[in-house]
Design a binder for this molecule. Structure first.
Ligand SMILES: [Zn+2]
Length: 438
């Protein structure tokens, strides 16, 4: 979602036209397309991707006998740890042919990961993003305001206007009280119709507006991304902005997009990736209807990921309801797993999941976690591997400084276990100071 506006509009347009057709497919057509794409990517991986070549040999898997969805269980699940430690082996030897765009991420686990998104995937993803915004009421040229984590060429600027798309982008990392008032002013002047961004940032604006007795110009719709949209937060946002809020889910690994249609029903983009759910033993959990989301992307030939364990828990609609929108894509009732805490900086900014990118360049960090115990103090818990050293800490600290500023003190601790929050999870951010905004 948070991808740069690319320079090959034709590639995007073609895929967008495809998506307009494929969203009308019946189940039979969806499933035969999935089988076709799975066979292609599995056979390509067997031939050109070192990791899969040796894995398939090791387990005695013959790609020529692979028939698609029914045979997926023959390929082992891929976990984040394996991808992180063996990233290079996932790059196809002929990756160059497909175009190499590096994309760094640390996801919600605080683990650095360098991924390649090839040209075709980039175009499919952007076309998919456009289709999903359209489900939420967007059309090309409609004034759009987006608040997410951006890096602008001029590092001092807090926002940027893209005239062609009628799009304004604001860097969520720079959200604090005075810049929030500036954003509210901008929104009231520009009067955008669509608001896209982190639910936390969008919510913060309403809090600042309330404190100052300001009103925010109404939107037609809001699309939230980057963290789980809880029903409570959806209700708060819908009440504050007087419009519908749509949830958008995707990830850098490009193995799943789940997004809401006009009727606020979450649909799996089954024409972008093949998604399964598994139980804690890795067995198919589709009958139970709840399990961990697993994804296989169809288009990323430069760095294919097959049966990748995403980490989020998904509840499927197992009663086979058909959505009023008429689309036959599978329905997801709930996605849980990306509910983030936030930190507060001494200069009054609130930093949520944008902090995750701080760890992108820290080698040897397997898992990490930032715990704030005072307004000017954070300690960082790190689970390290053997490549971890002083430079890893320096890179991590630099990443944190860029986002949190110079006034805050850090302590880095190598630990064997991360801390758990009240709900028993080990999130990247834990705040032990006040929470007036959650
Ligand atoms: Zn629908």
């Amino acid at each position: 979602m948070n991808i740069s506006i690319i320079n090959s509009p034709f590639m995007v347009f073609r895929r967008y036209m495809f998506y307009l057709t494929s969203q009308k497919w019946d189940r039979e057509k969806i499933e035969s397309y999935q089988d076709e794409q799975l066979i292609k990517i599995v056979q390509h991986s067997a031939k050109n991707v070192p990791y899969y070549r040796s894995l398939f040999k090791e387990i005695g898997f013959d790609p020529d006998t692979f028939r698609g969805r029914v045979d997926m269980h023959r390929i082992p699940l891929l976990d984040k740890e394996t991808l992180r430690t063996r990233q290079d082996e996932f790059i196809a030897e002929n990756a160059q042919e497909y175009g190499i765009n590096w994309d760094s991420t640390s996801g919600s686990t605080g683990t650095p990961l360098n991924l390649i998104m090839d040209n075709s995937t980039k175009a499919y993803k952007l076309a998919g993003v456009i289709r999903s915004y359209q489900w939420a009421g967007y059309s090309l040229g409609k004034k759009t305001f987006s608040i997410q984590s951006y890096t602008f060429k001029n590092s001092d600027s807090i926002s940027k206007h893209y005239r062609f798309f009628n799009l304004w982008r604001f860097d969520a990392k720079k959200l604090k009280k005075d810049s929030a008032l500036e954003v509210i002013q901008m929104i009231n002047d520009i009067k955008p119709k669509i608001f896209i961004g982190y639910p936390f940032s969008i919510f913060m604006l309403t809090q600042f507006a309330k404190e100052e007795g300001l009103s925010i110009n109404p939107f037609d719709s809001i699309v939230t991304a980057g963290e789980t949209l809880s029903e409570r937060r959806r209700e708060l946002l819908e009440a504050a902005y007087g419009c519908k809020v749509f949830d958008f889910f995707s990830l850098h690994e490009n193995v799943s997009i789940i997004t809401e249609c006009e009727h606020q029903t979450r649909h799996i983009f089954e024409d972008f990736a093949y998604n399964e759910i598994v139980d804690e033993y890795g067995k198919d959990a589709s009958e139970q209807g709840i399990g961990e989301l697993v994804g296989t992307g169809f288009y990323n030939y430069a760095m294919p990921l097959i049966r990748y364990k995403i980490g989020d828990t998904v509840v499927l609609d197992n009663e086979n309801h058909t959505c009023k929108c008429g689309r036959k894509f599978k329905i997801v009732k709930e996605i849980t797993g990306r509910q983030n805490d936030y930190l507060e900086t001494p200069d009054g900014r609130f930093i949520g999941n944008v902090l995750e990118h701080s760890v992108d360049k820290a080698n040897g960090v397997m898992l990490s976690q930032c715990v704030q115990d005072a307004v000017d103090h954070i300690y960082v818990n790190i689970i390290a591997d053997e490549t971890f050293n002083d430079d890893s800490i320096k890179a991590f600290e630099k990443g944190l400084r860029q986002r949190l500023g110079d006034e805050i003190k850090f302590d880095f601790k190598v630990v064997s276990q991360l801390e758990r929050n009240k709900s028993g999870k080990t999130p990247f951010i834990i705040s032990k100071i006040g929470h007036e905004y959650l």
